[in-house]
Design a binder for this molecule. Structure first.
Ligand code: NAD
Length: 257
């Protein structure tokens, strides 16, 4: 007998058009969940939906996670379609080019903070009233090992992820009386379209630097796969983790040690 860990649950996953969010959407659907695919990139979100077999189990909502109206619409559409929402994965994110602090533009700083950090505030504020009424919920924030271990030139990115980690802890305590669990995952350098976007230079230089800067910093000697993050999220979303809240789980090949 196969057990589906998320049978009957509905998960809203931001950034599910690519990388880790996409891997989570596919795994969660395979584990019995209804999945709401929220991404700014509608074509990418539709592509994820197409790759998930289950009929009637998927909803795509084009969403800008940094925009309050857009997030309100996402939560409204999810609840209208599936009548409940048990899991929220805040996975949408943007990278930062290695940039000296004095060259960092204010608009780029604001964008990174908005997509990587403010988004967690926005999705949570719209979904939590519903979760409180149900007295249950699991919120999983995809932060980064860069939120606890800095790299030079990633000033805004590191700050945005450090804030995401602390927000996770604050919300875990605030929402525990309502049986809403809030946890974070810190991926290490991961093999997704994002990784190359931290680095300047042409394709060949980016490939070389990816190995020099990122791969060499992982004690286990391999880049993290999107599926590694999806599996950690599956654990945190499921009842297997019913006693786990406020946890910041490094899935990083030892980079954070
Ligand atoms: N790749 C890595 O090495 C790495 C390491 C640590 C943490 N992370 C974090 O993991 C998460 C997932 O990253 P990934 O590597 O899968 O990246 P990715 O670039 O493959 O996917 C990110 C997705 O977020 C979407 N997105 C961007 N801005 C958005 C917005 N305003 N509204 C809605 N969607 C938006 C993109 O369209 C894309 O589909 C991010 O939060 C990232 O910061 C990544």
């Amino acid at each position: 007998m196969t057990v589906e860990l998320l049978e009957g649950k509905t998960a809203i996953i931001t950034g599910a058009g690519s990388g880790m969010g996409k891997a989570a959407a596919k795994l969660f659907a395979a584990q019995g969940a209804n999945v709401v695919i929220a991404d700014l990139n509608k074509d990418a979100a539709d592509q994820t939906a197409e790759e998930i077999d289950q009929v009637g189990q998927v909803l795509v909502v084009q969403t800008d996670v940094g925009d309050d109206q857009s997030v309100q619409n996402l939560v409204g559409e999810a609840l209208t379609k599936f009548d409940h929402a048990d899991v929220l994965i805040n996975c949408a994110g943007v990278p930062q080019f290695f940039t000296p602090i004095e060259e960092m533009s204010i608009s780029e700083w604001d964008k990174i903070m908005s997509v990587n950090t403010k988004s967690i505030f926005l999705t949570t504020r719209h979904l939590v009233p519903y979760m409180k009424r149900k007295q249950q919920g699991s919120i999983i924030n995809i932060a980064s090992i860069a939120g606890i271990r800095a790299r030079p030139g990633l000033n805004a990115y590191c700050a945005s992820k450090g804030a995401a980690i602390m927000l996770t802890k604050a919300l875990a305590l605030e929402l525990a009386p309502y049986k809403i669990r809030v946890n974070a995952i810190n991926p290490g350098p991961a093999e997704t379209p994002m990784l190359g976007k931290f680095l300047p230079g042409d394709e060949q230089k980016v490939e070389e630097d990816k190995n020099k800067i990122f791969l060499d910093s992982v004690p286990l000697g391999t880049l993290i796969q999107p599926e590694d993050i999806a599996q950690a999220a599956l654990y945190l979303a499921s009842d297997l983790a019913k006693a786990v809240t406020g946890e910041i789980m490094n899935v990083d090949g030892g980079r954070g040690v």
